[in-house]
Structure formats: C-alpha cells, structure tokens
Write a protein that binds this ligand. Structure first.
Ligand code: KG4
Ligand code: ZN
Length: 333
C-alpha cells in the first residue's frame, strides 16, 4: 500500500516480482486548482480511497485477503497525515489477518521499480531517482544495500518542472504539462543557464533564470497572471527548460557512472516518465543495459512498494506492530 503523497495505491505481488494487480487512485483533479498538493485534503482523500483501492487490488486474487502472506506499506518519506492513513490501514489489516507487515521507504520503492519491471536486472545497478521530492543518483549494491552518491542541493527535478509550469501558466502537475508544451518548441530561442556542479545537482538557478526571462518579455507579452500570453513563447520556454533539466540530469548520471564504473543503469521516479529524459539516457548509455520502467511504474504506485517490501522482509524480517511513520525517512533499500 502507498499513500505518501497524492496517489492512493494498492497492489498484489507474487514472489516479489510478478504484479498480479496494481491500482492507483490519483488525486490530481482534487489538487489541480491549488497548483500543488494540499496535505489535509490529500490525507482525507486517502482515508476515503484506501478501502476501495485495496479491495479492488485484492479482487484480482482468488480468495482475496486469504491469499495474502505479508503486507508492505510506505512509512516515509512523505506527508505525515497521508502516511498515517496507509500505515494504520496496513497495520490493522496485518494484525487482523495475522500476517507479517513491513514498513518500506518510498524511495526504495522507486529504486526497486526498475528491478520489478526488468526481470533481467539485478544489483549492482546505478539508479537516477527523479521524483517530485527527490533527485539523487543511488547505487543499489546488493538487495537491501544502497548508497546515495549525489543529490540535489535545492529543488528536486519534479518540483522544478512543477514550478516552471506555474511560471508558464501550465497545469499541475507540471512535468507532463511542460513535456506536452515543449513538443514543437524551439529549445534554443531562450538560452537558460546549465548549472554543472561536481558533487551535486541544483535547479534553483534555472528556475530563477526562467522567472527573469518571463518577466523580461515585458508586460505587453504577459497575461494578467504574469504568464506568457503567446503559446509559441510558452512552447519555446518549455522546450528550453526541459532540455536544460535533461542535460543536467544526464551530466550527473554520466559523471557518477564513469566514476563508479557502473555496468547497469536505471532511471526511476515520476520524472522518468519524461520522454526526452528516457531518450537522452538510452542514447547516451547505448553500450550498457538501461532499465526505465513503463510510465505506470515511474509515477507513484504500490507495486514498487511491494517489490521493495519483499526484499526488506527477507533481509530484516517483519516490523513489530506499532511502526511509526517517518516523513523524512532517508533510505533507498
Ligand atoms: O514519483 P512521483 O510520482 O511522486 C513523488 O514521489 O514525488 O513524481 C511526481 C513528479 C511531479 O513533480 C511531476 O511533475 C513529475 O514527477 N512528472 C514528470 C512527468 N510526469 C510526472 N516530469 C517530467 N515529465 C513528465 N512526463
Ligand atoms: Zn514517488
């Protein structure tokens, strides 16, 4: 089960790697008018959705709950009120059914989404983790053994997409909106700065540059909301922004891959749904096996939590009942 942010999700896995069912109930429509996730609304929506979502996931399994041997649930990182809904539901179910329960890191879930979708993939592999809250390069050295090698020092890539979309008057969530707007846009018309740090990623300079570029279009070219009124300008700015983010991510991944001699590469998290990023990584690492999950496993889902939980249970055993949520949990395996 997964309720860390704005998707209520439940999945049934067999042997950790076979997805029997995966159900995701998105709250995008609920939060769209606010331009971002409203934590209280999200928690309440999880509370309403978790029962039906779990029931739907179980309906794919003969015997429903009777066929379940263990329960995995996201215990962090994420919004505290949202995490609580999932953890309390999972705990009640596991106690009631007398099966073990394991609390899983959402980030470990993303790392394991590549292992889940690519049955030829085994650790060690290098994972670019790009989501709404995180941007890291992580090495999964063995099951249950991960280390983060590089991280963003300010915004996450997904967060940068979401903020850029707002500056351009595009809908929430920003990633898919920017990707759509960027099609046919000219990425070279508005040059944006490419931040290259040796030991970190950074997107705040890019975001600020985009803000100033929009401002400098002049009032006559802006809507009342201060966003560009010409769709061609929006397309060109979206294309420039996307190209710059992709280039920075590729640079960081390449640097670490060279340094560590990585032999397998994965790209995971919501931003891995971005076609330009998928293509850039696939083309650049053409000589290495590259795993990028299908879109349904890039954005938040419970199947990846089941896969990470499968390994966690095997390595660390079940959690005692009464596990706590941890909104800032910092774990990748
Ligand atoms: O992994 P995820 O579903 O949730 C978190 O764990 O944060 O990632 C959500 C993020 C959002 O910021 C969203 O704008 C971004 O992923 N995203 C994309 C695309 N689809 C989702 N970013 C760029 N291009 C996309 N196609
Ligand atoms: Zn996520």
């Amino acid at each position: 089960m997964e309720t860390s942010c704005d998707e209520t999700a439940a999945a049934v896995l067999r042997d950790g790697r076979e997805v029997v069912s995966s159900v995701v109930s998105s709250q995008i429509a609920l939060h769209a008018e606010y331009g971002g996730v409203v934590p209280d609304l999200a928690a309440r929506a999880h509370l309403e959705a978790i029962g039906p979502v779990v029931a739907e996931a179980l309906s794919a399994l003969d015997g429903g709950w009777d066929g379940i041997d263990a329960v995995a649930v996201t215990r962090g990182p994420g919004l505290a009120g949202c995490l609580l809904v999932g953890v309390l539901y999972a705990q009640g179910a596991a106690l009631g059914r007398g099966v073990p329960m394991v609390g899983v890191s959402h980030m470990a879930g993303h790392v394991y989404s590549a292992w889940l979708s690519d049955t030829t993939l085994e650790p060690p592999y290098l994972s670019l983790v790009v989501s709404g809250g995180h941007t890291d390069v992580v090495e999964l050295r063995g099951h249950g053994d991960a280390r983060r090698l590089v991280s963003t020092r300010d915004d996450a890539a997904g967060e940068a997409f979401d903020k850029a979309a707002r500056l351009l008057g595009l809908a929430y969530p920003g990633g898919p909106a920017i990707e759509l707007a960027a099609r046919g846009g000219d990425p070279s018309r508005f040059p944006l700065p490419n931040t290259r740090l040796d030991d970190a990623l950074s997107f705040s300079g890019l975001k600020t540059a985009l803000r100033y570029t929009v401002r400098d279009l002049g009032e006559g070219s802006l809507t009342d909301d201060g966003t560009p009124s010409d769709p061609v300008v929006v397309a060109d700015l979206a294309a420039a922004f996307q190209a710059t983010v992709v280039s920075q991510l590729l640079h960081a991944l390449t640097t670490i891959a060279d340094r560590t001699g990585a032999e397998r590469i994965a790209v995971v998290g919501g931003v891995a749904a971005n076609q330009a990023l998928r293509e850039a990584v696939t083309v650049h690492f053409a000589g290495l096996p590259v795993s990028i999950p299908p879109l349904s496993l890039c954005t938040d889902n419970a199947a990846m939590i089941g896969a990470a939980g499968w390994h966690r249970l095997a390595i660390h055993g079940a959690d005692a009942s009464g596990i706590l949520v941890d909104p800032v949990l910092d774990e990748y395996a």
